[in-house]
Design a protein around this ligand. Structure first.
Ligand SMILES: NS(=O)(=O)c1ccc(C(=O)N2CCc3cc(O)c(O)cc3[C@H]2c2ccccc2)cc1
Ligand SMILES: [Zn+2]
Length: 262
């Protein structure tokens, strides 16, 4: 991705992004603090449907901001639909945001409380737009499914990802990652909150219909700790910085409401 370099450090972190990405001070920025009691129950909201059965994962990569699993989005094989969405949205990638040892790391918070990490499954409106890039600047272009990770017992399937992390330790590294179905990372309930927001990283486009699941998945501290062996830097750079605390804090809700599925 072109554009001015950014990060999560003191000088290039979220509080500095507005200098090169004016959308940072926009009217529909993400993440937000979700207050369940103030969310509006909306009976017109349908259930979420995740058609990931024939999904085609391609690779797992370190892009210098997170670890990303990318999918073949050349057709409607793996989509999210229903909920607040008018059309099916194609799965493009998923990635995580997490904290440092023992501190919070999710992007959305719930009544002021953060989780240890947050998984984002990124989809784009292939029905109305020809490419992800085109969709990424449209108000109904993207749909991101957010899933909280809380600490507890080992997650049964997360090792399929954590076992591959040592192969993508440095920014710019990627390996084949075929046959992974993200359905194994979903909680049992698909009840959700939904609101209109943005990318939580530069370029911060205000193009995301957010769907945040209420039920977190459970992973162990040991499993989450493996994400922290990743580095923000490439193998060539001498500055070695552990990849952690790669989350944007909650942004002003401004003139928005959060809706809740039944
Ligand atoms: N956290 S999030 O809001 O769910 C999110 C969603 C999509 C993306 C995304 O897929 N991309 C493409 C890869 C990429 C790489 C970068 O170095 C970068 O700065 C941003 C992205 C974003 C992106 C989305 C839309 C247009 C350009 C880039 C990133 C974050
Ligand atoms: Zn994200």
């Amino acid at each position: 991705m072109t554009g001015h370099s950014w990060g999560y450090g003191k000088d290039d972190g979220p509080s500095a992004w507005h200098t090169h990405y004016p959308a940072a001070k926009g009217s529909r920025q993400s993440p937000i603090d979700i207050i369940p009691d103030e969310a509006r129950r909306d009976s017109s909201l349908r259930p979420i449907f995740l058609g990931y059965d024939r999904c085609t994962s391609l690779n797992i990569a370190n892009n210098g901001h997170s670890v990303v699993v990318e999918f073949d989005d050349s057709d409607d094989r793996s989509v999210i639909q229903g909920g607040p969405l008018e059309h099916p949205y194609r799965l493009k990638q998923f990635h995580f945001h997490w904290g440092g040892k023992g501190c919070e790391g999710s992007e959305h918070t719930v009544a002021g409380v953060g989780y240890a990490s947050e998984l984002h499954l990124v989809h784009w409106n292939g029905y109305k737009y020809k490419t992800f890039e085109e969709a990424s600047t449209a108000p109904d272009g993207l749909a991101v499914l957010g899933i909280f990770l809380e600490l507890g017992d080992d997650h049964r399937w997360l090792p399929m990802i954590t076992d591959a992390l040592y192969m993508v330790k440095f920014k710019g590294s990627a390996i084949d990652f075929k046959g992974f179905n993200p359905k194994c990372l979903l909680p049992s309930s698909l009840h959700y909150w939904t609101y209109l927001g943005s990318l939580t990283t530069p370029p911060l486009h205000e193009s995301v219909i957010w769907i945040v699941l209420k039920e977190p998945i459970v992973v162990s501290d040991k499993q989450l700790g493996m994400f922290r062996m990743l580095q923000f830097n490439s193998e060539e750079e001498n500055q070695r910085t552990r990849m952690e605390n790669n989350f944007r804090p909650p942004q002003p809700l401004k003139d928005r409401i959060v809706r809740s599925s039944n």
